[in-house]
Design a protein around this ligand. Sequence first.
Ligand code: SAM
Ligand code: FES
Length: 349
Amino acid sequence: MIKLIDKLYKTNNLEYDELVYILNNIEEFGKEYLIEKAHETRMRAYGDKVYMRGLIEFTNYCKKCCKYCGISALNKNVERYRLTLEEILLCCEMGYNLGYRTFVLQGGEDDYYSDDMIIEIIIAIKDKYPDVAITLSIGEKSYDSYERYHRAGADRYLLRHETASRELFERVHTNSSYDNRMECLWNLKKIGYQVGAGFMVGIPTQTKEDLAQDILFLKKLEPEMVGIGPFIPHKDTIYKNELGGTLEDTITMIALTRLFLPYSLLPATTALGTIHPLGREQGIKAGANVVMPNLSPTNVREKYSLYDGKICTGDEAAECRYCIEKRIVSSGFSIDMSRGDNVKWRERR
Ligand code: SAM
Ligand code: FES
């Protein structure tokens, strides 16, 4: 085990069988060693910095039927909302004054927002705050749409691949195609975005082999960002009685990803903070270097309920900002409020 972790540390790569071996056999000591090596790797790539992104969840309407997701079109119990351009700009104003220089605009796949409207939002934000980075996370779109958003000023795009196993992907999605999801990610790369892929840990029926495929897919795609979070059941989905992903498994996947992709920007996700009070701190100690506190208006937060028990739904943006800062600093890391681009992506330009 230690030899394999050392090999990974040195080469930032492993064969599929070696990775599966680690996932199936890693125990307490191996996990501690893996985390130590992931920490060293992050310190070399980005130092002790943790980048802050302001998250704006601007619509919870969605046409997709992802079986695990609390706001999918399948769920008729959701009170739906959409933010107007003015409301989004107010979130940005508050975020900018709190020091944020990245805004992440996330939502369900909501055709109410035409490409022209998304572009209007991007241009309005960039006009007012030229020094911020805009990250979009609005699902699968055509090459042409992605290109138009990029030309309008969108810098980054988050689109988790969810799982690299075709079989598992098809089991948990009803109106999404594996091939299209993958094609979208390659298109985003080609257009020049900083791209965020990622996956959930603990999806019902997911195996260690599936998780190994996730990491090897990431190695091939080389995304600039990787979102990894535990699957958490939602009461209105068919998975309501399933077990969610565990803290330990998620931490292991974060640490492995840091070693495979030393320069990636890896968030300590809200889902990780939801399954354990110190989940985000543990994620940061295992190689995560991004947090995404919420800037959405408090009156809509509860409605963006992807899974049960989501934390921070009652806190004002300023409270979230300072709560997370305290957590980062007390874990021995420092906050960085700059745009925080991926260093390798910047070098390539
Ligand atoms: N619609 C966009 C998309 O498809 O990329 C962005 C919004 S989507 C809600 C954001 C992420 O939430 C998904 O990529 C998925 O990984 C995560 N998610 C959804 N349901 C979840 C659950 N029950 N537990 C944990 N994460 C979940
Ligand atoms: Fe669309 Fe979850 S199914 S955001």
